[in-house]
Design a protein. Structure first.
Lengths: 107, 123
């Protein structure tokens, strides 16, 4: 299985701050990576696919980059509604695997 | 708008079989280009992919659960189902059904999810 390692596991930032989450794959996965947002008690929601493509309807403050084994997810200006846990997920191989999640809180 | 809805018992006894069904509305499960998946989330933990089924009936299961998992599809009812046998407390989790879109075999992503259903394994 491909292991996905996110960091940090949690972070606290102020409204308006730039927030960055990293995701590292245990092997080269090209750009076969997605990012999801999960709010408490809700199902995950797709934000970014193919490492850098913004899903329709998702605010432009969210972005993703990277390829190979190292990926970055960024919120350019943190908003109160962005409080959630964020997951990366690879689709290079089966089984599909997710990172352990990064919980984002407001300072 | 595609919607997925999980249904099934919220409490299962140890050693028994967990059975869940996902009903798809707003789109046909027989449409090509989609894989119908089950994903679970242990309380307070991350996401674990269980497996998927294509409308044709072809399946792939996570090797970590393969010996206990069966996923089936009923295209006439627009439903797919999960059976997990010999459950223990470690199978207590929120179970999600989800649609994985296959975009020209180049891109795959979970674009629609059910709301999730908590299944507790306890006597």
């Amino acid at each position: 299985d491909i292991q996905m390692t996110q960091s940090p596991s949690s972070l606290s930032a102020s409204v308006g701050d730039r927030v960055t989450i990293t995701c590292q794959a245990s092997q080269d996965i090209s750009n076969y990576l997605n990012w999801y947002q999960q709010k408490p008690g809700k199902a995950p929601k797709l934000l970014i696919y193919d490492a850098s493509n913004l899903e329709t309807g998702v605010p432009s403050r969210f972005s993703g980059s990277g390829s190979g084994t190292d990926f970055t997810f960024t919120i350019s200006s943190l908003q109160p509604e962005d409080i959630a846990t964020y997951y990366c997920q690879q689709y290079d191989n089966l089984p599909r695997t997710f990172g352990q999640g990064t919980k984002v809180e407001i300072k | 708008q595609v919607q997925l809805q999980e249904s099934g018992p919220g409490l299962v006894k140890p050693s028994q079989t967990l059975s869940l069904t996902c009903t798809v509305s707003g789109g046909s499960i027989s449409s090509g280009g989609y894989y119908w998946s089950w994903i679970r989330q242990h309380p307070g933990k991350g996401l674990e992919w269980i497996g998927y089924i294509y409308y044709s009936g072809s399946t792939y299961y996570n090797p970590s659960l393969k010996s206990r998992v069966t996923i089936s599809v009923d295209t006439s009812k627009n439903q797919f189902s999960l059976k997990l046998s010999s459950v223990t407390a470690a199978d207590t989790a929120v179970y999600y059904c989800a649609r994985e879109r296959d975009w020209n075999q180049l891109s795959y992503y979970f674009d629609y999810w059910g709301q999730g259903t908590l299944v507790t394994v306890s006597s």
